[in-house]
Design a protein around this ligand. Structure first.
Ligand SMILES: NC(=O)c1ccc[n+]([C@@H]2O[C@H](COP(=O)([O-])OP(=O)(O)OC[C@H]3O[C@@H](n4cnc5c(N)ncnc54)[C@H](O)[C@@H]3O)[C@@H](O)[C@H]2O)c1
Length: 396
């Protein structure tokens, strides 16, 4: 099997999501991690690269040096793509430089700090045509793809209401400043951006709704709260949403939901049926038709849609989870890049991943939420329009 030569920025010792990206890419068997700037510290980055079995000359404490060295290599040795898994403030400069160098990018969320930065990336990618993915990883769950395909099939009728909740409790107390690096940067506006919980997990909720329902968000009425004294950013958010066509929504996220872990759930209510999916029980999806009995759809069952089948890797009843769903995004990226390389059409059931457009819309959502929360009248126009014309293709 041909493997893609890959690099990573961030994700060094003690990091959270970098290791998930490596394991997720590893599940596909389609990537070889050959270069990295895993930490801003040269020795730590080098040691970490060696621990991963990499050539010491291809790990660096500086992403600029990493890029420079890679560009000096012959094309057939150079990395073909990079994963950006640093705190949020680093996403933009790193993504910009690698995208400009025509290297494929897989960037974690939220994409960047501002819509201007997002538009800049979109203009670069519109010119190069290079792949750019954003890891809204919940969209990689087979039963999320099944939910999307059920909505598309029309079985729910016209969507009237959407409810998405994401409750975590890990920031119930003031963890920042106490040796928890993940809490430190997430609560620091310089590194996290203008939002706390709404940027960190609200952006996932927004993307989940958009992916499953296909609805276009029109307006937001937001209430952002900081419960923990001394914290600079929101740790709790309650939003009302209005969509084009008349559907309404409720989006609530919290990082002070004491005792809760990753309690993400989505409910979609239509004129002919409703559905419910829960991230902590991701292998099934409940469907409530207007007529007839309630149905539980299970991952791996032959009745699920082709995309849900393609995203499933072991027989029904053997649980799959977070890492496999993440791996489905990497599989989609690899399928797209390898198809280009081999001059063939990618398999549409596999080549699925959130794009730069999703990332840019997520940044807009965060900005509009904060704008609404700060405004007197609350209801704020939130319609996103692509800054590039023609719009980027849905699959980069
Ligand atoms: N998709 C998801 O489910 C998910 C989950 C968690 C985090 N994230 C996102 O992933 C990113 C990282 O989050 P995390 O929780 O893993 O953070 P983390 O603090 O655990 O890890 C960040 C890593 O970046 C490295 N880093 C910092 N500055 C660097 C530099 N200049 N050069 C090279 N490396 C540098 C750190 O050394 C560390 O290894 C964030 O954007 C976050 O929003 C996404």
């Amino acid at each position: 099997m041909t493997r893609l030569r890959w690099g990573m920025v961030g994700g060094g010792p003690g990091a959270f999501i970098g290791g998930v990206h490596r394991r997720a890419a590893g599940l596909t068997g389609q990537y070889e991690l050959v270069a990295g700037a895993f930490s801003g510290d040269a020795q730590r980055s080098r040691d970490f690269g060696q621990m991963l079995g990499m050539d010491p000359d291809r790990s660096s404490g500086s992403w600029e040096t990493l890029l420079e060295r890679e560009l000096a290599l012959p094309e057939e040795q150079r990395i073909q793509g990079v994963s950006i898994v640093t705190p949020n403030h680093m996403h933009y400069p790193v993504a910009r430089a690698f995208a400009q160098a025509n290297i494929a990018v897989v960037c974690d969320k939220p994409l960047v700090h501002t819509s201007e930065q997002a538009a800049d990336l979109m203009r670069i990618v519109a010119q190069t045509g290079q792949l750019f993915a954003v890891t809204y990883n919940y969209t990689g769950y087979p039963m999320v793809r099944q939910a999307r395909d059920l909505v598309r099939s029309g079985v729910l009728g016209e969507i009237r209401k959407v409810q998405v909740l994401y409750n975590q409790g890990w920031l119930t107390t003031r963890l920042e400043g106490q040796g928890n690096p993940q809490a430190d940067w997430r609560t620091d506006p310089q590194r996290s951006g203008i939002a706390g919980a709404i940027g960190d997990i609200g952006s996932h909720a927004e993307n989940l709704v958009a992916t499953v329902t296909g609805l276009t968000l029109e307006a937001i009425c937001a209430d952002l709260t900081t419960f923990v004294p001394g914290r600079a950013l929101d740790d709790d958010a309650s939003l009302l949403l209005r969509f084009q066509g008349g559907a309404r929504g409720l989006l609530a996220v919290s990082q002070i939901a004491c005792g809760l872990e990753n309690d993400l759930s989505l409910q979609v209510f239509g004129t002919r049926g409703s559905l419910c999916w829960q991230q902590e029980h991701p292998n099934h999806l409940d469907l409530y038709p207007l007529e007839g009995p309630q149905q539980r759809w299970t991952r791996g069952n032959p009745a699920v849609s082709p995309a849900a089948q393609a995203a499933s890797h072991v027989p029904a009843g053997h649980p799959e989870g977070f890492t496999e769903a993440f791996g489905n995004l990497y599989r989609g990226v690899a399928e797209t890049l390898l198809a280009r390389q081999e001059g063939r059409t990618p398999d549409p059931q596999i080549a699925q991943f959130p794009t730069l457009e999703d990332g840019a819309r997520g940044v807009h959502f965060i900005e509009k939420t904060v704008e609404s929360a700060r405004s007197e009248h609350k209801w704020t126009d939130a319609l996103w329009q692509s800054p590039v014309s023609p719009a980027l293709p849905n699959r980069s």
